[in-house]
Ligand binder design. Structure first.
Ligand code: HEM
Length: 396
């Protein structure tokens, strides 16, 4: 057991888009292997796509962070961040209350507004200093503005909530700092909900206050759901915008495809392929077995932790031939970048639409967009639960 390799593992120098080589070897040789975490616990790491999907849809597998054996990515365990870390029926009860705004129909109705946000931000970037940091000038504001509008959170507070969510999703920050950031965000959402209880608007949080009034939901549950959606709604998409842009700048033939097309099907396929190829939620889905489970010739015992490494799952050659090649024309719709099973990403229609608008607009409107530094100078978020870059200096 002491020989279990450390997880998360390091990526290879010079290969910022590829999963760590140690994890790839496990996929080839030991698809169900013990790995060692920060607390010396040794959960199972599942590296093959088919096993991952089986386990993620198995009711004997729990997402409840409070269960003994749960493979926590950091020392902070308490204070479940809403339904993402709960099991059914509680998970389903809460998730059901917020599914309506994320249906494809409702999300499509938001597309013209998102296009306007994207166009305005590009106008501002082009009128501002050159070079610019694509993260602050464009990639963070797009999803932050969108999720703020949808939830009914004032965008003017973005420095506050972006700062707190950065602390929460960074693996290296200590438990005290994390607890303080979580408490500050919960308090902030609780105050907002208080205001909306008095004066409801048309937004998602106001919709939740109606359920507080009818007794279906507590104010604390509503605040926790708000925190979850605020963080999930901007961090992930922002990193997909910057890392996606960087990957395209490094694959100029693929960038040219996007720059020259006005075919929405190709744009949609490019979004799926970039989601597959980059897989930004790179620390794996965390679960714990509640019963013994036989899989891949092994038995996972009740109470043992399980990590589904979906990043390498998206590079499984049994499902995606030549998996390390970025190929915007391939059909990658079966990827697991949004997870799988009951916890599959609630915001995926929104994320897809935002990325389609961004990828179909940015490179066409700024055809000379290029890096203003060397790839080797770029600082990657190896320490975060969401992968990406801290800054992306670009010029045009
Ligand atoms: C490219 C962008 C995004 C990526 C890659 C992504 C990825 C994921 C993944 C992998 C999960 C599954 C977690 C698990 O099984 O443990 C998830 C869940 C979730 N995501 Fe996203 N996400 C993105 C955007 C969004 C957006 C825009 C929202 C909007 C609010 C959102 C809200 C959520 C929520 C609420 C859950 C929990 C679902 C549940 O537990 O039932 N995500 N996301």
């Amino acid at each position: 057991m002491t020989t279990a390799p450390s997880f998360p593992a390091a990526r290879a120098a010079g290969c910022p888009f590829d999963p760590p080589p140690a994890i790839r070897s496990l996929q080839e040789e030991t698809p169900l292997a013990r790995v060692r975490l920060w607390d010396d616990s040794t959960p199972w790491l599942v590296t093959r796509y088919a096993d991952q999907r089986k386990l993620l849809s198995d009711p004997r597998v729990s997402a409840d962070i409070t269960r003994p054996g749960y493979p926590s990515p950091t020392p902070l365990r308490g204070g479940a961040i809403s339904f993402i870390l709960m099991d059914d029926p509680e998970h389903a009860r809460l998730r059901r209350m917020v599914t309506a705004p994320f249906t494809i129909k409702r999300v499509e109705a938001m597309r013209p507004g998102v296009q306007e946000i994207v166009d305005d931000l590009i106008d501002e970037m082009l009128a501002g200093p050159n070079p610019a940091d694509l993260v602050t000038a464009f990639a963070l504001p797009v999803p932050s503005l969108v999720i703020c509008q949808l939830l009914g959170v004032p965008y003017a507070d973005h420095d506050f909530f972006q700062d707190k969510s950065n602390v929460l999703i960074n693996r290296e920050t200590g438990p005290e700092a994390k607890a303080a950031a979580g408490a500050a965000l919960s308090e902030y959402l609780d105050e907002l909900i208080g205001e909306k209880l008095e004066k409801p608007g048309e937004d998602l949080l106001s919709g939740l206050t109606e359920r507080i009034r009818t007794g279906e939901l507590t104010r604390q549950e509503a605040a926790q759901m708000g925190v979850l959606m605020l963080i999930a709604g901007h961090e992930t998409t922002a990193n997909m915008i910057t890392l996606g842009t960087l990957a395209l700048l490094e694959h100029s033939d693929q960038l040219a495809l996007l720059r020259e097309t006005d075919d929405p099907k190709l744009v949609a396929s490019a979004v799926e392929e970039l989601l597959r190829y980059l897989h930004i939620t790179h620390n794996g889905r965390r679960r714990v077995a509640v019963e013994d489970i036989e899989i891949a010739g092994q038995v996972i015992r009740a109470g043992e932790g399980i990590i589904l490494a979906n990043d390498i799952g998206n590079r499984d050659p049994d499902v995606f031939p030549d998996p390390d090649r970025l190929d915007l024309r391939r059909d990658s719709r079966r990827h697991v970048a949004f997870g799988f099973g009951v916890h599959q990403c609630l915001g995926q229609p929104l994320a897809r639409m935002e990325l389609q608008v961004v990828y179909s607009t940015l490179y066409r409107r700024v055809p000379t967009l290029r890096l203003a530094t060397e790839l080797s100078e770029i600082k990657f978020k190896h320490d975060g639960s969401v992968y990406g870059v801290y800054e992306l200096p670009v010029t045009w």
